[in-house]
Ligand binder design. Structure first.
Ligand code: BG6
Length: 364
């Protein structure tokens, strides 16, 4: 329930600088520009033998898994993807000996994720866990893993566990990268980037008033889009999920590049879009796509970096601090938590008791 009259979700959002700091503690090695995850229980030779990474989780954990897959591909150049753990076992999955399977779960008790782990192990695969609750069923079922150290997360809508999951993936990708071809310079860049995250999350949280104003304008819409490209797409999925979970508005995530292949038909002054536009190699393409929305009168909220030129676009903008490009998804995610939270409050919903949802689903 509420703490000091504030919803639990709110206090947990505010804990994120501290929980991310804990997730990083003792795991960064500045000398060798890498990460050390002792719990993996894999030596350099075993880490080098990984040919593919497959990530499994449910709900928010699945979307962070997609962010994690990008990190692994970018930093370690190992093919990686994420899949909903809830579907995995039903398709008699092929388990490969040189694939590293990663199960992600806050509670460590989600039955769908646990059954995916058991399916992998039954077929002889190696699976590690990214888990928050120490000694939980999934943690025990895995070959090894990384504890998130987010602290207890009670609110149904996951916030602080989710950001520590991202950090867990960044550390894993860094370690996998540094036993391969990721350079010392790139390793240093990422170590420094990770170290600046807690203060930068604090900065985003400090922008709450502006984000609350944007949320109030979105809350009246019956339906909205969340769009992003490549690194931004799983952020859009997570943002849409959070929005629908607690505001009960229809929110749908789309890849920015797919807009013109369908959903643009629905864009109108009644259907706003929340867009993720980090300052990266895709910014110009993203801004061009937003002009298509603007031209159809679609209201826009753009989460971006200071200095990104949105041209003549009519948009409310939310700037987040710059970090290394690979780490952008984390700082883009935080304003979307506040956006969903304030939209729900505007609509008078109890954010800690979203209808029809449980914190963890432990029965089939
Ligand atoms: C869902 C919850 O049932 O389980 C989500 O409603 C959560 O909020 C998902 O992300 C996965 O939970 P866990 O504990 O495995 O991370």
């Amino acid at each position: 329930g509420p703490v000091d009259g504030r919803p639990r979700m709110y206090t947990e959002m505010l804990e994120q600088p501290a929980s991310v700091e804990r997730a990083l503690r003792g795991r960064l090695d500045e000398r060798f520009a890498t990460a050390h995850l002792g719990g993996l229980d894999m030596d350099a030779r075993e880490l080098r033998a990984v040919r593919r990474v497959k990530i499994l989780g449910c709900g928010s954990a699945y979307y962070v898994g997609q962010m994690g897959a990008s990190l692994v591909e970018e930093l370690a150049r190992i093919p990686a993807d994420a899949e909903a753990a809830s579907e995995f076992r039903y398709r008699d999955p092929v388990i490969e000996p040189d694939t590293l399977y990663v199960a992600v779960s806050q509670s460590g008790e989600t039955i769908d994720t646990l059954l995916a782990v058991q399916e992998i192990r039954r077929k002889g695969g190696r699976v590690i866990g990214l888990v928050n609750v120490v000694g939980s069923a999934i943690a025990r079922a895995c070959d090894g893993g990384i504890y998130l150290h987010a602290g207890p997360e009670i609110a149904v809508a996951s916030t602080k566990a989710l950001t520590t999951m991202f950090v867990g993936f960044a550390l894993l990708a860094l370690q996998l990268g540094r036993v391969r071809d990721l350079s010392v310079a790139d390793g240093r860049r990422l170590v420094a980037g990770l170290q600046s995250l807690p203060a930068q999350i604090e900065q985003v949280l400090g922008d709450e008033e502006r984000i609350a104003r944007a949320a109030a304008s979105l809350a009246t819409a019956e339906s909205l889009f969340f769009v992003g490209r490549v690194r931004g797409y799983p952020v859009a999925r997570e943002g849409a999920q959070k929005f629908k979970e607690i505001s009960y508005r229809h929110a749908e995530a789309y890849q920015m590049s797919e807009l013109k292949h369908g959903p643009l038909a629905l864009v109108s002054p009644e259907v706003p879009t929340v867009a993720l536009v980090p300052d990266d190699e895709l910014t110009d393409r993203n801004v061009a796509a937003l002009h298509e929305i603007d031209a159809r009168g679609g209201p826009l909220v753009v989460v971006t970096h200071a200095g990104v030129d949105l041209g003549e676009l009519r948009a409310e903008r939310i700037d987040v601090p710059r970090n290394e490009r690979e780490l952008d998804p984390l700082l883009l995610t935080v304003p979307l938590q506040l956006l969903a939270y304030h939209a729900a409050l505007t609509l008078g919903h109890d954010v800690d008791k979203p209808r029809n949802l449980a914190k963890s689903v432990t029965v089939e």
